[in-house]
Structures are given as structure tokens and as C-alpha cells.
Ligand binder design. Structure first.
Ligand SMILES: [Zn+2]
Length: 194
């Protein structure tokens, strides 16, 4: 029980650190911590990142910047619309198994171009890319939504989070997977309920 409590406490601290960093960034008060020469030297020989971020490749959503983090803090994987292939899965597993990273954040964002493409593919003729194919299942539950793109963004984050939960659960009982949606306008994150 004690170990579990300690784990939960550490997890609270990690999430708090990320949320506080994001608040500083959103207000234009980023500390730009851990990007100094001394930090670079400190982590040159080994890394001990405290969170994995699997996010969209969008140029406006760079994890180290929006969480106000620096070198050695985050283990980052990014693809268009955070779509998962084997390379992504193996990389996230490496983070859990070899680097003992306790938290994985699936980071989607508002106005995601990859998701918009998937929505458009429903009414357009022509071939569909592999990436779009991975996103399409998130559209169906949103058919009645008033803001279709916004609904698909959140649905796709939830789906990715749940797929990762299934993949990582047999590897580690400790790892926590959270879905988060980043707002391009406010610069703030919304943590999504599972
Ligand atoms: Zn995107």
C-alpha cells in the first residue's frame, strides 16, 4: 500500500509539474527551464524523462514548449494526428520498459489538419491515406455532434488512449495513460476523462 501511495503521490507531482508548466506557457511566463549548458551536460550521459508525450506533429504543438520543459524531461513521439504504427508502439514501450517512464500523455489539439482531412474524406472521391484510415473510426460516434471537428478531436484522443492502455497494461501495472487536448488559441490543455 505504501508503495502504491508513493507512486500516486509521485504521479500527482508529475501531472502538477506539467500542468503548471502549461499554465506558465499559456500566460507567456515560461521559465524555459532545463535548456542551459549545465543541464545539457547533466543529462549528456543518461536520460531519465518523467513523461512520454505522444502527440500530433503539428508545428504549433511542440511538447517541450507548451509544457515549459527542457532537455531530458520528456520522451516525445509525434505523428500526424497521433496515429500509431509499430514504430510508435515500440518507441512508447521502450520508454515504459527501459526508461521506466510512469506517465504517457496522448496529446491532440483543436483544429487538427489530419482529422479535418479524415472528415473531408467522407464526402470526397479518391484514395484515402493510411493516416486518414486510422482516424476514420473516430468520426462515427460524432455524427450528431454540433461541432464535428471538435468532437472527432476528442474521440480520437480517447480511442488512442484506450488502445495504448490495452497495449501497455500487460507490460506495466504502474504506467498511467492520459488523454489531453491542447487549444491552439488559449495555449491551454484540457485533460480528458477516459
Ligand atoms: Zn494535428
Amino acid at each position: 500500500m505504501e508503495t502504491f501511495n508513493k507512486m500516486a503521490k509521485d504521479m500527482d507531482k508529475i501531472i502538477e509539474r506539467l500542468i503548471e508548466g502549461n499554465h506558465r506557457f499559456s500566460k507567456g511566463e515560461a521559465l524555459r527551464a532545463n535548456i542551459s549548458v549545465s543541464r545539457r551536460n547533466q543529462v549528456a550521459d543518461s536520460q531519465n524523462p518523467f513523461a512520454t508525450v505522444f502527440g500530433c506533429a503539428d508545428s504549433r504543438v511542440p511538447p517541450e514548449i507548451i509544457f515549459d520543459c527542457g532537455l531530458g524531461d520528456l520522451f516525445v513521439i509525434r505523428t500526424a494526428g497521433h496515429t500509431m504504427d509499430n514504430a510508435v508502439i515500440e518507441t512508447i514501450k521502450f520508454g515504459v520498459q527501459s526508461l521506466n517512464i510512469p506517465l504517457v500523455i496522448v496529446l491532440g489539439h483543436t483544429n487538427c489538419g489530419a482529422l479535418l482531412k479524415a472528415i473531408e474524406s467522407q464526402t470526397k472521391e479518391g484514395s484515402i491515406s493510411w493516416i486518414v484510415e486510422q482516424i476514420i473510426p473516430a468520426i462515427e460516434p460524432c455524427r450528431e455532434a454540433t461541432e464535428l471537428l471538435n468532437c472527432v478531436v476528442k474521440e480520437h484522443i480517447r480511442r488512442t488512449t484506450s488502445q495504448l492502455q490495452n497495449i501497455l497494461a500487460p507490460l506495466s501495472k504502474k504506467v498511467i495513460i492520459l488523454g489531453a487536448c491542447y487549444d491552439l488559441h488559449t495555449g491551454l490543455l484540457e485533460i480528458l476523462e477516459a
